[in-house]
Design a protein around this ligand. Sequence first.
Ligand SMILES: NC(=O)c1ccc[n+]([C@@H]2O[C@H](COP(=O)([O-])OP(=O)(O)OC[C@H]3O[C@@H](n4cnc5c(N)ncnc54)[C@H](O)[C@@H]3O)[C@@H](O)[C@H]2O)c1
Length: 428
Amino acid sequence: MTTKRAKKIGRRQFIGAAAGAGFAVMKPQWVRGSEANSALRAGLLGCGGRGTVDARNLIDTGKVRITALADLFEDQLEKAAAYFNQYQRSKGFAPVAKSQLFLGPKAYADIANSSAVDVVVIATPPYFHPEHLAAGVEAGKHVYCEKPVGVDPYGVNRVLETGRRAEGKLSLDVGLQVRSAPPFAELMRRIHAGALGTIATGEAYYFGTAIERPSWPNASPAERRLRNWIYDRVLSGDIIVEQDIHAVDVCNWALGSRPIAANATGGRKARTDPGDVYGHYNAIFSYPEDVTVSFTSTQFDRGWWDVNERFFGAKGVSQSHYSGPVAIYGDEAWSWDTAGSPLTPESKSFSPAGAFRDNLAQADAEKMNSFVSSILTGDFHNQAQLGATATLSCILARQAAYSGRRVSWDELLRQNERWESGIDLDRL
Ligand SMILES: NC(=O)c1ccc[n+]([C@@H]2O[C@H](COP(=O)([O-])OP(=O)(O)OC[C@H]3O[C@@H](n4cnc5c(N)ncnc54)[C@H](O)[C@@H]3O)[C@@H](O)[C@H]2O)c1
């Protein structure tokens, strides 16, 4: 687990410490005024599906207000402003001031530098995460950055550097919320305590449904790529990095490690939407101590989906479905008690925005409560390394599939490949 705990200091002390360390000084009236005792002020960068879920979850902690919004596109910004103004009004909170609505290619810098913001949520396409995260931390803001943290080793290294700058001064969380789901946390506690005995091998899969998006026929090619970034290799990192990362991260978590190398294949055979991301992957991850994990994913399934990891040990077998059993079979048999939450068609539905029910029902709320609490107590998180490791693990298999040969972690780091989108955001 790479969430580090900084030296315990109170929130007021933190404000002084951060200012002394050269970070942006928060407005004196905020520090002294009633706001200081009531709510953190958060800005949402990237006002789409997941960002809206993240920001609403922040409000639902009861300790945060959304005070700023930023997006590349006006319609997205307006939609989010209408949504959050209504949501906050329904709770008796102020709407977002018009001066705190930031639009366009520099909106990421404007929201990072806003004096009306203490926390930035980054839910833009993955390609932009290293730059957007650096801007937030540079401006002295706590940051919640969606996964993956980047699309290439160069970007991931930049995130690690940003993480070093944030260390002990700011909270930096990455959206790998499965780790906050109580059934998964309990399963891992048992696996780490030895419930499976020596683990020989594992298998994991992320079988997802097709992701439907409007086709934007009248947009320029560059705008169409950005609107449908999820179909675009460079902007998304491809499905194994963008979506499958949750399952690969669970494998890292279970094994307390990360892959040394990977072999993989993949393609677009059954995928019908436009773009160049693969529709399926088959990978073999080599972990330390001769443990291999076979991993399969799809992103076109119709009428069915499943996400799960299985580990096979000398004493037992585990599995951990998003929706279905989270259990250990064998000498130390155990199963998460779902008696109080029977599966319904609704609880089993797939969520492209990551708002799953069933075994992940509490994941988002737990994750956000923990992030907010880390800021208010000064017990800061730093998940840059966690996010970087998960992202690179997936990049490893992607590069193995693209090249058709085994790729090692060391090679990936050595080559430090950098991807360019070729998009000029000023000329869409
Ligand atoms: N943790 C989870 O379970 C989960 C679930 C879904 C998505 N995600 C992640 O959240 C992020 C966003 O995904 P989404 O599904 O919300 O996408 P989305 O397309 O619905 O939203 C992205 C938003 O970012 C805006 N945007 C694009 N480029 C921008 C730029 N350069 N500057 C400012 N705004 C920009 C878009 O206009 C859009 O409003 C991705 O990293 C994705 O992988 C995480």
